[in-house]
Design a protein around this ligand. Structure first.
Ligand code: NAP
Ligand code: GDD
Length: 358
């Protein structure tokens, strides 16, 4: 039988790239989507297949992580061979404003899938989208031995989901793995995460429809990689004979300030003329420095990401400029071409007029 994947969070950045990758590798893909009053499928519309057509391999199902019965009945009905648990309230700053909801979706939501899997006795491998945020203030570089010191409701919920994944493996023998992913970005990144907020604002500044961008802490350092490379690691983890917990990142890190240098500098501009600090974007507790030590992943699954933040910045600026009909320098597009990213397509993005506030 060919592989049948079930993805929660398929409408998000990672879910969309993962679906694309799996479809291009012959999988049947089922995705959980939330009912919204407007379409929330912009990132996967280019993958849409009419389910009435024979040969369709992408199917979408309504559900919500806060409704565990919907997830449980889908798992029983679909009998997937692989489950990817990617859905989450994924914004760290927002988690301070919605701590309980974040715990319910990001923490308990994962437990609900694990429990549904156990009860259904469906023989599927399980992947949990864990996060480098669980390391919090632990000193870099962080690896599989680094203590967890979560600094936000989001991170605390991710610690819970990490240990529930380990627990279901140990207690019930599930092939359940954690991918502890460091930050990964792309042209499909949510508009309120700092990299995309910057590249989107830069494109609008170039167009003349925005004059400033308001940001928070510019000193924090992150290990920023390119999202399509990370979804290939998720698949490699599922294919690993034994369940594993692996740290995934590039091993390089840069400050938000340096990311501003890469993006504005790419267009020959000085970011200090356009950036203002707004205390609203500071966090009650910050994670200062994340850098992955991903040696174990390299050995276990042969994962070795190619794209680092300086090139990623160009990829994102090129895409956000093109989305506004501007002519981008194109060095980012060349980076992707020369690294052979031939299985993904960027949907024709159209930037909304609204400024990103997150
Ligand atoms: P994202 O773009 O924010 O996508 C989140 C997805 O979760 C969306 O599809 C969203 O649906 C869905 N979702 C949210 N609440 C839900 C609910 N109550 N029920 C069902 N679905 C719900 O996140 P991402 O960047 O792709 O990240 C994927 C996963 O990896 C997340 O768990 C995130 O926490 C984790 N992670 C991300 C990074 C990173 O750097 N990107 C690093 C480490 C870990 P809507 O489209 O309807 O909102
Ligand atoms: N979002 C945002 N907006 N962040 C800002 C801003 C701003 O205006 N100004 C400065 N920052 C700083 C944040 O304080 C943080 O130190 C850094 O930029 C990165 O913020 P985000 O892009 O929001 O990402 P994150 O690191 O908090 O969380 C992301 O990565 C985690 C993995 O480490 C998310 O994708 C999480 O879901 C993921 O688990």
């Amino acid at each position: 039988m060919s592989e049948r994947a079930f993805i929660t969070g398929i409408t998000g950045q990672d879910g969309s790239y993962l679906a694309e990758y799996l479809l291009s590798h012959g999988y049947e893909v089922h995705g959980l989507i939330r009912k919204a009053s407007t379409f929330n499928t912009a990132r996967i519309d280019h993958l849409y297949q009419d389910p009435h057509e024979s040969g369709a391999r992408l199917f979408l199902h309504y559900g919500d992580l806060t409704d565990s019965t919907s997830v449980a009945s889908l798992l029983r009905q679909l009998e997937p061979t692989q489950v990817y648990s990617l859905a989450s309230q994924s914004h760290v700053r927002v988690s301070f404003e919605m701590p309980v909801y974040t715990g319910i979706v990001t923490g308990i939501g994962t437990a609900a899938i694990l429990e549904a899997l156990r009860r259904s006795e469906v023989d599927a491998r399980f992947y949990n989208a864990s996060s480098s945020e669980i390391f919090g203030q632990s000193k870099p570089p962080q690896n599989e031995e680094t203590p967890f010191r979560p600094r936000s409701p989001y991170a605390a919920a991710k610690v819970y989901s990490y240990w529930m994944t380990v627990n279901y493996r140990e207690a019930y023998g599930l092939h359940a793995s954690n991918g502890v992913l460091f930050n990964h970005e792309s042209p499909r990144r949510g508009e309120t995460f700092v990299t995309r907020k910057i590249t989107r604002a830069l494109a609008k500044i170039r167009l003349g429809t925005q004059t400033k961008v308001f940001l928070g802490n510019l000193k924090a350092k992150r290990d920023w990689g390119y999202a399509p490379e990370y979804v290939t690691a998720m698949v490699k983890i599922q294919e690993h004979p034994e369940p594993v917990d692996l740290v995934l990142g590039t091993g390089t890190s840069y400050s938000v300030e340096e990311f501003l240098d890469f993006t504005f500098g790419y267009l020959g501009m000085e970011w200090r003329e356009y950036v203002e600090i707004d205390a609203r974007y500071m966090r009650p507790a910050e994670v200062d420095h994340l850098t992955a030590d991903a040696r174990r992943a390299r050995e276990a699954i042969g994962w070795d990401p190619k794209i680092r933040a300086p090139e990623l910045a160009k990829v994102m600026v090129d895409n956000d400029m093109a989305a506004l009909g501007l002519e981008p320098p194109g060095e980012g597009f060349s980076v992707l071409q020369s690294n052979g990213f031939d299985w993904f397509k960027e949907p024709s993005l159209k930037l909304s007029g609204r400024e990103a506030k997150g």
